[in-house]
Ligand binder design. Structure first.
Ligand code: KIV
Length: 258
């Protein structure tokens, strides 16, 4: 097993795992100093391309963005989302995982689903492809509005089955998206691999957010999103100063000229 993955697993119940998304090199470089895992998420479909669903994201898009991110990631584990319809069966999943790993030099793939993808997970792991699972709200299969998971007994049971299945089939961790606090806690206590929550309470072994939301590049109004800065304001102010200085011929001075 990859040493970075071993380190991440060891953090379970000891020290929180930090995961953030990146879609390009410059942001990835900054995140790499702070994160254990940099995720090239298919959320890039909505964040960058304004798609109404991640289902429109292609493998080619994921590969190109991950190549860019790879240039900025030196120490964190680099994980790529396999997009919709690229892991419909185990041979397709293996073929596409090998392709993305070869072309991007990423370390692992993330796929959505629990029991339903058990054979795929097992096959990938058997073929030395590290897999990060993703259960709870799984955007590739959601139709309409996202609804948090784990309120009813039926949903709770299913979430536990999904988490246990991912662990038993060799996933090295599980993203829990929009999962109720009590069930996130139960899953985290029940399995030996780390859980990484997004809208799944403080009880998870780590947390992941979309970086564009964290820095205020998007206008996300999602319950679990905390905006830590307003980078739009910063960019707006710099661009406006540039404009003023160009108009008033303050820029470029001699210092900035040949
Ligand atoms: O696509 C994505 O960015 C994700 C994370 C939000 C977990 O799956």
């Amino acid at each position: 097993m990859n040493n970075k993955i071993k380190k991440i697993i060891k953090k379970k119940s000891k020290s929180k795992i930090i995961c953030l998304t990146a879609y390009s090199k410059n942001i990835a470089e900054i995140i790499d100093n702070h994160a254990d895992i940099v995720l090239v998420g298919d959320s890039l479909g909505s964040v960058l391309y304004n798609y109404d669903t991640t289902r429109k994201v292609t493998l080619k898009m994921m590969v190109e963005h991950t190549k860019s991110v790879r240039m900025g990631v030196k120490k964190s584990l680099l994980v790529i989302d396999l997009p919709y319809n690229t892991y419909r069966n185990k041979s397709e999943a293996l073929k596409n995982s090998k392709k993305v790993i070869k072309e991007t030099k990423c370390d692992a793939v993330k796929i959505e689903g629990g029991v339903k993808v058990k054979e795929i997970v097992r096959h990938l792991v058997k073929n030395k492809i590290p897999v990060l699972g993703h259960i709870g709200v799984t955007p590739q299969t959601v139709k309409g509005k996202f609804k948090s998971k784990g309120k009813t007994e039926l949903e709770k049971k299913q979430l536990i089955k999904d988490a246990v299945s991912l662990e038993q089939n060799g996933a090295f961790g599980i993203v829990l998206e929009c999962v109720y606090t009590d069930i996130a806690k139960k899953i985290t206590n029940q399995i030996k691999i780390p859980t990484i929550g997004i809208g799944a309470s403080v009880n998870c072994d780590g947390q992941v957010l979309v970086t564009d939301d964290v820095v205020g590049l998007t206008n996300a109004k999602i319950k679990f999103v905390k905006k830590y800065t307003n980078i739009r304001k910063v960019i707006n102010s710099a661009v406006s100063k540039f404009k003023q200085e160009v108009k008033s011929k303050k820029y470029p001075t001699k210092k900035y000229s040949y």
